[in-house]
Design a protein around this ligand. Structure first.
Ligand code: ADP
Ligand code: MG
Length: 322
């Protein structure tokens, strides 16, 4: 039987020296930002049966719990530095832990993000990461910075993660290949870290948010914080490759209010269009212009002809929905 300390040592403590002055093993880790930089800090918790199914693949879970945190840094335009991991586990199962750690560290190493501490306890499976990034003062892509006249942009594609959920629930019939492809978007989201960094460091974007609860709801947070409105061309929203083969009504709904996308939604001055397309290409994330910020409050959804669309949309709210 693994003790708590053996478990940490075997699966989470890594030999090589990292960026922190002191990592795992003492009462606190010690970490200084680079000279002149600010720290960006965020926590995200994944709860079994709430954010993932019981019995979920541990490697994918390791990836996803860090990916959703990296996505918050991306949405702020911050560079990942380090993270802590608080883990409640029903049992210390070496096979499960090995897979979980492999998924976690593969993504951590891709972004040079070091695990510097955490907490481990027995309990219902619950994974909470706090992530630390850095950025130059004044460069953060804040939700309150959108300005009327700004273009509205989306990275990557939308809706495939939501389509996978509908597939698992058998609300939409998907063949095995389609379900696996859509499921990959749900279980293995790609945080747009390099794009976020390019948008902030070259001051290309003004406001940004990552889309975790669906575009309409998350964009709503930018609109509220910035005291502006927006018009979105729903038919310009980039549907994921699996969703693209579905009927228009479903495409529109899952693009506009899917959830679990982890794409960036950002606003920028019209003069930045060329530079933003170049930043998207350089960072390996397609970017699509989907609308504009208006002075009039509210979110207006229109079709490709500019005609208003009345879609039944609701962002995901843990306490509003049963
Ligand atoms: P304390 O009792 O002071 O809270 P712990 O005994 O819980 O410390 O943890 C010992 C060390 O292991 C600490 O440095 C802590 O940050 C680290 N740690 C605990 N759990 C994890 C984990 N899941 N991942 C990484 N580091 C961990
Ligand atoms: Mg402890």
């Amino acid at each position: 039987m693994l003790s708590e300390f053996d478990l940490i040592k075997q699966f989470f403590q890594r030999p090589r020296a990292g960026r922190a002055a002191l990592g795992i093993g003492d009462d606190c880790a010690l970490l200084a930002p680079s000279p002149g930089m600010q720290m960006a800090i965020s926590s995200d918790m994944l709860v079994e049966d709430r954010h993932f199914f019981a019995g979920a693949d541990p490697r994918m879970l390791g990836h996803k719990c860090l990916a959703v945190n990296l996505s918050d840094l991306a949405a702020m335009g911050a560079k990942p530095v380090a993270f802590t991991l608080a883990l409640a586990l029903p049992a210390a199962e070496p096979a499960w832990l090995g897979e979980f750690a492999a998924g976690l560290f593969a993504l951590a190493d891709l972004h040079g993000c070091e695990l510097i501490g955490g907490d481990t306890t027995k309990g219902p499976l619950n994974i909470c990461i706090t992530i630390f990034g850095e950025l130059a003062p004044g460069q953060a892509l804040r939700r309150d910075a959108a300005v009327p006249g700004d273009d509205l942009w989306i990275s990557g594609t939308l809706g495939d993660a939501r389509l996978a959920l509908a597939g698992y629930r058998r609300e939409v019939a998907l063949d095995e290949i389609a379900l696996r492809a859509a499921g990959a978007r749900m279980h293995m989201p790609t945080p747009r870290v390099d794009l976020g960094l390019a948008l902030s460091s070259a001051r290309l974007a003004r406001a940004a948010i990552d889309i975790s609860d669906g575009l309409a709801g998350d964009l709503g947070h930018i609109l509220a914080a910035s005291h502006v409105g927006a018009t979105v061309d729903v038919d310009a929203l980039p549907a994921g490759p699996v969703l693209a083969a579905q009927p228009q009504a479903l495409r529109r709904r899952f693009c506009a209010a899917g959830g679990d996308d982890y794409e960036l939604c950002f606003t920028a001055a019209a003069g930045q269009r060329e530079a933003i397309l170049a930043a998207g290409a350089a960072s390996g994330s397609a970017v699509t212009r989907v609308g504009r910020i208006d002075a009039a409050p509210g979110l207006r959804l229109v079709d490709a002809h500019g005609q208003p669309l009345a879609l039944q949309l609701a962002g995901f709210d843990h306490f509003a929905s049963p």
